[in-house]
Design a protein around this ligand. Structure first.
Ligand code: TRP
Length: 341
């Protein structure tokens, strides 16, 4: 059976981009067609300057929103990365397989490290090794499919390289996974800068619809979206990225097709108005469910506890196998204990 693993970092409030680009498909399709694990990768949130209280808050919120989006803990596994030791155990072994040069070539590392240095901050070593931890996340579970955004494709490529190299050197241990990228229309762009993706770590929230934004805030952001010069509504991602983004969002929320929706509208104003309402309606059930879950923190904690236990049971044997394969002796049970049996 296909196994799906994906991770989401608790480094910002989740956005409409996370939902339409990833979470909705996990909830509506992936969890039913494959054995799926969805992980709030809290360890990854420590690779840049961080505030412990914020990481705690966002980890809880991210897990709660995953459940609110429709992930069913009876069908898939939802858990926090730091609750399962196998991730860091395996990460170290993979550090012994990865090379320093390989890590320094990672585009995201280069960009983020440059930014940190520009700000006069030191770069955490974990920022450099982060893709190895991500590889461990994936390989520990024997996942074949890894749904991620375009920006993570290089890290999944690295994961494949490490899996193949480990298997060649130490014997077959890991499934070689592949990235599954979202379809083009599922890529939601920033409403103020429609050539840039709607990311949760964006500095300004004006172009970003957060999943927990109140309906009036959502309306305001969509109505103020940057559109293109020109008047008629056409679907052209290259020439009219602002309007195309609105059409994509409207289509994603209503189940329509962006090209045929373009024919329906004769002004940007009416397109924005309908898109705003469509987004409000798409978020309504998710927000209602989120409120219910927040009222029952013990339930969410229970889900995460059970999730971690299920995840550990899957990861443990693979990581133990890797420990043996690479040359580490198994711990031997105390003689008195085995004799007593
Ligand atoms: N690095 C990913 C991101 O920034 C998050 C992530 C961590 C992840 N571990 C993963 C995604 C494993 C998929 C699989 O989005």
């Amino acid at each position: 059976m296909t196994r799906v693993f994906s991770g989401i970092q608790p480094t910002g409030h989740l956005t409409l981009g996370n939902y339409l680009g990833a979470m909705r498909r996990w909830a509506e399709a992936d969890q039913y067609r494959a054995e799926s694990l969805f992980c709030v990768v809290d360890l990854h949130a420590l690779t840049m300057d961080h505030d412990p209280a914020r990481v705690r808050r966002l980890s809880r919120q991210t897990a709660t929103l995953l459940l609110a989006s429709g992930l069913d803990p009876d069908v898939c596994t939802v858990f926090l990365q730091s609750h399962v030791d196998e991730h860091t155990r395996l990460s170290y072994l993979l550090e012994c397989v990865a090379s320093d040069g390989e890590m320094r070539r990672m585009i995201q590392y280069k960009e983020k490290a440059a930014k940190e240095r520009e700000r006069g901050r030191s770069v955490r070593l974990s920022l450099l090794t982060y893709p190895v931890l991500m590889a461990a996340d994936i390989l520990a579970y024997g996942a074949n499919e890894v749904p991620v955004g375009e920006d993570q494709a290089q890290h999944v490529e690295l994961t494949r390289d490490l899996a193949v190299r480990f298997n060649q050197r130490y014997g077959h241990t890991f499934v070689v996974p592949r990235a599954t990228l979202p379809p083009v229309g599922a890529r939601v762009m920033n409403l103020q800068e429609p050539t840039r993706k709607m990311g949760k770590s964006d500095d300004s929230g004006a172009g970003v619809v957060y999943l927990l934004d109140e309906p009036d805030v959502v309306r305001k952001k969509v109505l103020r979206a940057v559109t293109d010069s020109g008047r008629e509504v056409v679907y052209d991602r290259e020439e009219r990225p602002g309007v195309a983004n609105l059409l994509d969002v409207l289509a994603a929320c209503t189940g329509g097709n962006p090209e045929s929706l373009a024919d329906v509208y004769d002004s940007y104003g009416s397109l924005k108005k309908d898109t705003a309402e469509a987004v409000v309606e798409a978020l309504r059930p998710l927000q209602a469910r989120h409120r219910e879950l927040c009222a029952d923190p013990a339930y969410v904690e229970g889900v995460l506890r059970d999730g971690a236990e299920k995840a550990r049971a899957v990861a443990r044997p693979t990581v133990d196998t890797a420990y043996r394969a690479i040359g580490l002796l198994p711990p031997v049970a105390e003689p008195s204990l085995s004799a007593a049996r």
